[in-house]
Design a protein around this ligand. Structure first.
Ligand code: SF4
Length: 148
């Protein structure tokens, strides 16, 4: 089908398939307008909202970890495993007469042991050898190995 349209002083002939094409283009433009797109601005706004929320969650997680660490009991020197490994909460008092403590030197303590965990500088910290307990940073046991 062909349409003839007078525009100002000239006659324009339009084939029907061109009309269909124009209709499709119009529909595509309308659908783009109505369709929610993830624009750069929207994406950045979402990231801006997500980052503080994530940071707050991380902060809670870290403070929970710190709280969990503070809530751990201190390792007693009477604990059977502690006794077996000659754990002592003051490395200056290591019994050097015990053959298992013969290799102890004055510079060795829990704070510079490879098994120590938790925050540097804390007086009591978790230890991989005694899970669920805190050991004294000034302590020592026969498992001591220099922290890398
Ligand atoms: S393994 Fe290391 S940190 Fe743990 S109690 Fe023994 S010396 Fe201290």
């Amino acid at each position: 089908m062909m349409l003839q349209v007078r525009f100002k002083d000239c006659m324009v002939k339009i084939e029907s398939d061109e009309i269909a094409t124009q209709t499709q283009i119009t529909r595509q433009k309308e659908s783009r307008v109505n369709k929610p797109e993830v624009t750069r601005r929207r994406f950045l706004a979402q990231v801006a909202m997500a980052v503080p929320a994530g940071a707050a969650l991380l902060d809670v997680a870290v403070s929970n970890t710190a709280f969990a660490q503070d809530a751990l009991p201190k390792l007693e020197m009477t604990d059977p495993t502690a006794k077996a490994l000659l754990y002592i909460d003051d490395a200056t008092k290591v019994d050097k007469t015990n053959p298992m403590a013969a290799r102890h030197t004055p510079d060795q303590n829990c704070a510079n042991c490879s098994q120590i965990q938790g925050k540097e500088g804390d007086a009591w910290r978790p230890c991989a050898i005694f899970p669920g307990k805190l050991v004294a940073s000034k302590g020592w046991c026969s498992v001591w190995a220099k922290k890398a």
